[in-house]
Design a protein around this ligand. Structure first.
Ligand code: MN
Length: 233
């Protein structure tokens, strides 16, 4: 594990060197904000049924996510932020406009979200499972803590499992389109797993029953992706 890189995350020299070689599930070079592309959905709209219905997926991906992406590019136009690496941009997001914060987060969080869902059953790698047990006591306790964060989050936002600078994994929830990479949140770390708890993510199928949506979410978590994120941190 690249512990030195990892520890640099919450250091003071965030703008200097890359903190991770990889913020996505597969290795790729650091990315200028202006070079982001709209990601393909890795499965069909109906692939996650019955947990998430096809209509919700279609609207969520083609309308909501696409709008965040388009508005992110628009906000980057004529901004020095366009040339920044995404990680650096998020690490200093408090100095940027609300449009960059909301739409940059919206673009990025949904990309992570699609990647950490799967139509087929997967399990955490032994290393990830061990880290979860070390951090939360038991795997079941982790599920409970994450589920509670998602169920109890007030208003729009996200629930997260992240790796902190101390090597421990932690659960948090963020407002609107904020994420654990941003310098505006209480608990900062590398995102490993996220769940969208905006009403647009579940309301067609679950209406006000967010708790049911959260409980069902565990059936479609792509643990392969989460394990890769963990192991490449
Ligand atoms: Mn969403």
């Amino acid at each position: 594990m690249k512990r030195r890189n990892f520890l640099a995350l919450v250091g003071t020299s965030l703008a200097a060197a890359p903190v991770w070689s990889n913020i996505y599930s597969a290795p790729q070079p650091l990315q200028k904000a202006v070079d982001v592309t709209f990601p393909e959905l890795p499965y069909a709209f109906n692939a996650l049924e019955p947990v998430i219905d096809a209509k919700t997926m279609e609207i969520h991906y083609t309308k909501h996510h696409k709008a965040y992406f388009n508005n992110f590019l628009a906000a980057l136009k004529d901004s020095p932020a366009a040339e920044m690496d995404l990680l650096d941009l998020f690490a200093g997001i408090s100095k940027q406009s609300a449009a960059l914060r909301n739409n940059g987060g919206g673009y990025y969080n949904h990309k992570l979200f699609w990647e950490n869902l799967s139509p087929t059953k997967t399990s955490p790698s032994p290393a990830l499972k061990l880290a979860i047990e070390k951090s939360f006591g038991t795997f079941e306790k982790f599920i409970e803590e994450f589920s509670n964060a998602a169920k109890k989050h007030f208003g729009s936002g996200w629930a997260w499992l992240s790796a902190g600078s101390d090597g421990k994994l932690f659960v948090s929830d963020t407002l609107n389109q904020d994420n654990p990479l941003m310098d505006v949140v209480d608990k900062r770390g590398k995102p490993l797993l996220c769940l969208d708890v905006w009403e647009h993510a579940y309301y067609l199928q679950y209406q006000n029953r967010r708790a049911d949506y959260v409980d069902k979410f565990w059936e479609i978590v792509n643990w392969d992706t989460v394990s890769k994120r963990f192991e490449s941190r």
